[in-house]
Ligand binder design. Structure first.
Ligand code: UT7
Length: 315
């Protein structure tokens, strides 16, 4: 498959480190050096689906397609206000998309997992045009009284439209199940029968262990995949790394021995937007005209699960 359109959308409200320091015992002096984040976009009066629809529409416009031209739709989302139906159906109803659709919850590597699913459908000859939308509001998962998590995340949506082609060169999906490393629990409706104790929690994260997992798997996944494609790291034009923490991105870059110019970032004013992170970065770079035909892009993402994934895509 190949990409023929990208789009992204961010909430209007941008929250700086200084603003958070007005209600929490933290500040720019800790957040910026430890994470590279100066501000993040946070949902206020928007609905998550507003952002998803905006990102998807921009991607369709760039592709020169209408909603009816899409024959398979994958939505990546960890949490939204809708338990059922899936966010894909909410977005589709707003846009007039009318084709089979699925929702996946693969956390931060969701865009790469979705690309792998789409590629499988293309190879099976089942589809001609696929829309992937990643829409996330992690700001609604964290406790805004927990300085160790709330400062890290930002909300947003990223989208891409794919058609038949041979530009996705390789994908690696990886899982090392450890559900306690990043987790959030919600209670379901009570019944007359449930006797066990249940409790909702905000997002909980074992930051240092996730940091180690992120760097180790990303360096390994990228190295393996680039070699599998018969390429060297020198032949990769752009390393599109999940924007979780600037120190993670730097450690991956150092692990691979690659200079910073080939690692585009937007973490400074976006924070970590989970699965939306990679497609938002992709769209921003694309709209800046950074990619030339034939450029090699390597995606790498890691997060809850623990899951990681990488992909090699020729532009
Ligand atoms: O999307 C993928 C999922 N997530 C990630 O990839 C995140 C991976 N992990 C990380 O990015 C880093 O581990 C964090 C940014 C979460 C934390 O950085 P760290 O260098 O590992 O710090 P730490 O958790 O070990 O905390 C060091 C200190 C602690 O104080 P004490 O116990 O040493 O006195 C924390 O209480 O920093 C304190 N701290 C803060 N201080 C001010 C933690 N958060 C803050 C804060 N402001 N926001």
């Amino acid at each position: 498959m190949k990409i023929i359109g990208t789009g992204s959308a961010l909430p209007a409200r941008q929250v700086t480190n200084d603003e958070i320091s007005q209600f929490l015992d933290t500040g720019d002096a800790w957040i910026c050096p430890r994470t590279g984040i100066r501000s993040r976009h946070v949902i206020s009066d928007e609905q998550l689906e507003d952002l998803a629809v905006e990102a998807a529409q921009k991607a369709l416009d760039m592709a020169g397609l209408g909603a009816k031209d899409i024959d398979f739709f994958i939505c990546s989302n960890v949490v939204s206000e809708h338990v059922t139906p899936g966010l894909s159906c909410i977005i589709a109803a707003r846009m007039g998309i009318c084709c089979p659709m699925i929702d996946i919850n693969c956390a931060c590597p969701g865009f790469i997992y979705a690309m792998d699913i789409a590629e499988t459908y293309f190879q099976a000859g089942k589809v001609e045009r696929v829309l992937i939308v990643c829409a996330e509001e992690p700001s609604r998962m964290t406790s805004w009284e927990d300085r160790s998590t709330c400062v890290l995340f930002g909300d947003g949506a990223g989208a891409a439209v794919f058609t038949r082609g041979d530009k996705l060169k390789a994908v690696k999906l990886n899982a090392e199940p450890a559900p306690d490393k990043i987790s959030q629990y919600r209670t379901l409706m009570p019944t007359p029968f449930v006797t066990k104790e249940e409790e909702s929690t905000p997002l909980l994260m074992q930051g240092r262990e996730v940091f180690r997992f992120a760097v180790t798997t990303s360096v390994r996944d990228i190295s393996e995949l680039v070699e599998r494609c018969g390429l060297t790291l020198d032949q990769v034009n752009w390393f599109m790394i999940h924007q979780a923490n600037m120190r993670i991105i730097d450690a991956i870059r150092e692990g691979l021995g690659v200079e910073a110019e080939r690692f585009p970032t937007n973490i400074a004013d976006h924070g970590n937007s989970s699965s939306a992170s990679c497609p938002i970065l992709l769209d921003e770079c694309n709209r800046k005209g950074m990619f030339k035909p034939g450029d090699v892009l390597v995606f790498s993402a890691f997060g809850a699960g623990l899951l990681s994934a990488a992909a090699v895509l020729e532009w």
